[in-house]
Design a protein around this ligand. Structure first.
Ligand SMILES: C[S@@+](CC[C@H](N)C(=O)[O-])C[C@H]1O[C@@H](n2cnc3c(N)ncnc32)[C@H](O)[C@@H]1O
Length: 396
């Protein structure tokens, strides 16, 4: 459908996509000045040391020039640029694609279509060799039953392998932003480590990049801890160890820079998030699992009852509300929180990533619980949510 409007609709769409972490990329094309040497402007998100920014590439006939701008300035700059000299803009977001066409004067026609991209874009500063091929036939993957001796995934393990590799790649990109500032070895914890798929994968990936990182896998099941430590010793993973215990009971001896939790069951994700916030971790990365705590309490507003009578929609609602509350709680504790799909839903239903970067040192509990968070809990009849409860106890 095409809607006529003015350039402000373009600016608003761009700002909304960015604020909702839905922005994938943007291209300005068809310059108004026919003789212009500038042919296109390409924009994508990039993660820098100072945080998320827009990477803007000005494509000339013989040369490309890249500038990185902070979000507020960038939205203004791109909108002005579109109004001043370009006929077309293609905005790709995770929710929809938008094509804007400037006709005469200020009139801008907008066409909305299905999204081309449904996964978060690559925000890395530099391209690197895909981890999957770098891992090749890594012994730890074979010994954990993920791959066969030829380095191919075992039956039923292709999705797991894809998930591990994608998680570690994302983590690497996020850590790239500030790792170089580190004066001492970085401390990483994997909460609810299980058999250690992710823990071993992180350790190997960091080692391949020559990074100075210590990793601890915290796990409640003693037999998995013993097996993990034995394998780490046998394969020479000197910077990796597993400890037996509950997430909330483990205290990092040397502080904590990065906390990850992949599919920690139900409220174990909340325990992990709380631990990360309490320890002042700079980066917290979780892929939540089941959402039983909130689902049992959900009393949706009356007008949604016709929709939520369907069990599967109620389950999805519980996921959205739980992870939304977690993201709001993290924001209230001084983190920049983002929620996105990190692997194609075709490969795994458990593909949601909740990633949070601390904005400032010692910025904990700055506005917790926010009014927004209180309203969501009240409107959906939620009296208990583990992360909120733990943070409230700390705040009082
Ligand atoms: C679904 S498995 C995921 C394992 C691993 N993170 C992965 O993705 O391959 C969840 C693991 O978390 C552990 N776990 C659950 N709650 C825990 C808690 N409160 N403290 C420590 N470990 C916990 C379980 O024993 C189990 O091994």
């Amino acid at each position: 459908m095409t809607n006529p409007s003015d350039s402000s609709s373009f600016k608003e769409r761009l700002r909304q996509a960015w604020d909702a972490s839905q922005f994938v990329s943007l291209t300005l094309s068809v310059p108004e000045a026919a003789e212009s040497d500038l042919r296109k402007i390409k924009v994508r998100p990039v993660l820098l040391k100072r945080g998320w920014a827009f990477s803007i590439v000005r494509c000339r006939r013989t040369q490309e020039l890249t500038t990185n701008l902070p979000p507020d300035g960038a939205v203004e700059w791109i909108s002005r640029e579109f109004s001043a000299g370009w006929r077309e803009a293609h905005l790709f977001t995770l929710g929809a694609d938008f094509k804007f066409r400037r006709a005469s004067g200020c009139v801008v026609k907008e066409r909305k279509s299905r999204p081309t991209f449904t996964q978060a874009p690559d925000s890395s500063h530099d391209k690197e060799q895909p981890l999957r091929s770098a891992f090749g036939s890594e012994p730890f993957l074979r010994r954990l039953g993920v791959t066969n001796p030829e380095g191919q995934p075992r039956p039923g393990m292709a999705g797991k392998l894809r998930q591990i590799v994608r998680f570690v790649e994302l983590l690497g990109h996020l850590m790239d932003a500030w790792r170089t500032d580190a004066e001492k070895p970085l401390q990483v914890a994997d909460m609810g480590a299980g058999k250690g798929y992710l823990t071993f994968a992180m350790a190997r990936a960091f080692e391949m990049r020559g990074w100075d990182v210590d990793i601890v896998g915290v796990e409640a099941r003693e037999e998995l801890v013993e097996a993990g430590n034995a394998l780490a010793k046998e394969l020479g993973f000197a910077r990796l160890r597993f400890v037996h215990g509950k997430i909330g009971e483990w205290t990092p001896a040397n502080g904590l820079d990065v906390l990850v939790a992949l599919h920690a069951c139900d409220t174990a994700t909340d325990d992990a998030l709380f631990h990360g916030i309490k320890a002042g971790a700079a980066l917290v990365l979780t892929s939540p699992c089941c959402h039983k705590e909130v689902r049992a309490q959900l009393a949706a507003p009356e007008f949604l009852s016709g929709i939520l009578k369907h069990g599967i929609l109620q389950e999805r609602q519980a996921e959205i509300i739980t992870d939304g509350i977690r993201a709001l709680a993290l924001e209230g504790c001084g983190y920049d929180a983002r929620v996105f799909e990190f692997v194609d839903p075709e490969h795994s239903g458990k593909n949601l990533m909740l990633a949070a970067m601390r904005k400032k040192k010692n910025a904990q509990l700055i506005s917790f619980p926010s009014d927004e968070l209180k309203i969501v809990m009240r409107e959906f009849g939620i009296s208990r949510q583990r992360l909120v409860e733990l943070l409230e106890k700390t705040a009082s």
